[in-house]
Design a protein around this ligand. Structure first.
Ligand code: FMN
Length: 262
């Protein structure tokens, strides 16, 4: 049975999980969303999967744009896994809504809690939503067997979410962040480069928005930022900074070259 999994991943959690699911299912093609967005996508498969991170209690904008461009009407079985730091909110309900609008449905939706990729101390409102999120889900590694068993059997699995109060607050905050999309594009004004930069172009090549150019000098951000911080996380010299930064993270099984888009 042929499966295609479309993934979006900036620090590797979603890619690592998508790879593990693909290995277990067999006959599965893994496709990077930023690589194919805007182009022709062949959906002639028996099973279709989406694996992506939760961004601000909802879908990353790029995943929404990608989904809107697909003709999903004749898809027999669609599953999704949202990887997150523990507060998914109603991300998978948002996905199901988009799929239903295009005549499809979400047959099975899972959430996994992975290593946190936050680069700075979380502000109070994020900690508040975390505190009301409810019991966290297990990691993709721990849930792989269970997730694959359901997908393989073609069973339905109701989209997983946070608690009702966290879904409500997170849903509102996600809508507000979507309305503020233009100010998020300018998020890159917060990035600073120090003298350790060797112009290796890793930041340019991993940026899912193609928002960075290193033309004979240090990186220049062009204010079409997605706020994912991939440039900070993957800089081999740790030369890119943001105010109040705390740490850097990437999934231990994933290398920068696995996520390079150009
Ligand atoms: C911009 C941004 C927003 C995020 N928002 C949330 C969130 O609302 N809830 C949550 O639990 N995790 C959130 N996270 C954490 C990621 O969802 C989590 O680390 C995810 O596994 C990263 O996947 P990736 O490594 O495939 O990019 C956020 C991360 C980023 C960069």
């Amino acid at each position: 049975m042929k499966t295609k999994i479309f993934y979006f991943s900036t620090t590797g959690n979603s890619l690592a999980l998508a790879r593990n699911i693909a290995n277990e299912l067999g006959e599965t093609e893994l496709i990077s969303i930023p690589k194919v967005i805007g182009g022709e996508v062949d959906l002639n498969v028996s099973r279709l999967g989406f694996v992506f991170p939760v961004y601000a209690w909802g879908l990353p904008n790029m995943v929404v744009e990608f989904l809107k461009g697909l003709d999903l009407k004749s898809q027999p079985y669609i599953f999704a896994v949202a990887t997150c730091g523990g507060t998914p909110g109603r991300t998978l309900l948002q996905l199901r809504g988009i799929l239903r609008k295009s005549g499809a449905d979400l047959q099975a939706g899972f959430v996994t809690k992975e290593g946190s990729n936050s680069v700075a101390e979380a502000p109070g409102f994020i900690k508040f939503v975390e505190s009301i999120s409810g019991q966290p889900y297990g990691s993709g590694r721990d849930r792989l067997y269970e997730i694959n068993k359901i997908i393989r059997s073609g069973k339905e699995h109701r989209p997983e979410t946070s608690s009702l109060p966290a879904n409500f607050v997170g849903g509102l905050l996600h809508k507000m962040s979507s309305l503020a999309a233009d100010s998020i594009k300018a998020f890159d004004k917060n990035y600073l480069v120090d003298d350790k930069c060797t112009m290796c172009r890793t930041c340019e090549r991993v940026c899912p928005m193609a928002n960075i150019r290193v033309d004979g000098g240090k990186p220049v951000w062009n204010h079409n930022c997605g706020g994912c911080n991939a440039c900070i996380q993957w800089c081999p010299q740790q030369a890119i900074h943001i105010k109040n930064e705390t740490c850097r993270y990437h999934h231990p099984d994933i290398k920068a070259s696995d996520l390079m888009l150009r």
